[in-house]
Ligand binder design. Sequence first.
Ligand code: FAD
Length: 324
Amino acid sequence: MSILTYALHHQGDFNKNSLGAVSAAGKLAGEIGGEAAAVVVGEGDDLSDELCASLGKYGASKVYRAKAPEGLAQPVVDVMAKVIQDEGYKYALFGGGLLGFEVGAGLTARLGAGVTMEVTAVKAQDGKLIAERPILQDSAIVDVDYVGEPGIIIGRLNAFDPAESGGGDAEVVDVDVQLEDHSTKARMIQRGESGEEEVNIEEAEILVAGGRGLGKAEGFELCEELAGALGGAVAATRAVVDAGWYPYAAQIGQTGKTVAPKLYLAAGISGAIQHKVGMQNSENIVAINKDPNAPIFEFSDLGIVGDLNKILPKLTEAVKAKKG
Ligand SMILES: Cc1cc2nc3c(=O)[nH]c(=O)nc-3n(C[C@H](O)[C@H](O)[C@H](O)COP(=O)(O)OP(=O)(O)OC[C@H]3O[C@@H](n4cnc5c(N)ncnc54)[C@H](O)[C@@H]3O)c2cc1C
């Protein structure tokens, strides 16, 4: 009844979504009477006993360490498949993020397993894990049970929060894995940071937030221009972050950041509850939406019904003219 996770690391730190998955696995394993373990891979000296054992603080009782390139999916699939086959893990749980999706999907194909993606929560029921997955544009949630083993659960980005469990060091076990030929075909050229720290939306007094109504990634230029004129920063909804239109660091809401600026200007945002919870404490909320019945108008101080493509440039012009 045990759960295996994968913990991605870079320069001595574990990725936040990986720590979230380890934490969720630790908690759930306790509830189904099993144990949580994590796989870490790496080739250099950066994978010290101490770093691996530190996952115990998040609920992992065992950490499998393998010598393989880090940051690529297929080598991790090889390692996880071997650990699952040798040790009989019943579930594999992944935090969100592209690598989690890629490794989880690869592992599913390799083991002929059942998979649920975009999972927002997992619960323990009758000694089994049930994955909760939103459907129909997030308007309903289905419970997914697994009939075979292992069950692969891939979370949405930030679905699982990192939480220290009060546990001590995890046992570190070295595993020797022969990588598949195809797993060595890709090579990591360079790894870097996404530059998320450049977007400091939590401290900005003015936020211009964009949603799917912007139409495409380039639509964010309208928000950036207005934010620049106002001396504020740009924020985003999950829909556009998931679509790759804007960096995750700018996401506001239940699975993003919570903000309370003096002014929150929402352009092309419908006002879903999951977005609302991240910005409802803003001092002044101004919404631009072409749909007069958009839910965001219900909690806006000022609502403008119209096309953001016309309104945003005019606002920017007006602000610049006033400042000039
Ligand atoms: C567990 C869970 C967690 C979630 N967490 C978050 C979260 O943290 N943050 C978050 O934002 N969402 C979150 N969501 C998703 C949320 O439910 C919504 O799907 C999302 O917020 C919708 O984003 P949106 O407003 O950009 O897009 P839409 O809902 O598609 O709204 C687009 C709006 O743009 C308007 N529009 C279109 N064209 C124009 C135009 N030219 N001019 C003006 N208006 C226009 C439309 O009328 C519409 O109201 C979560 C969902 C779940 C299930």
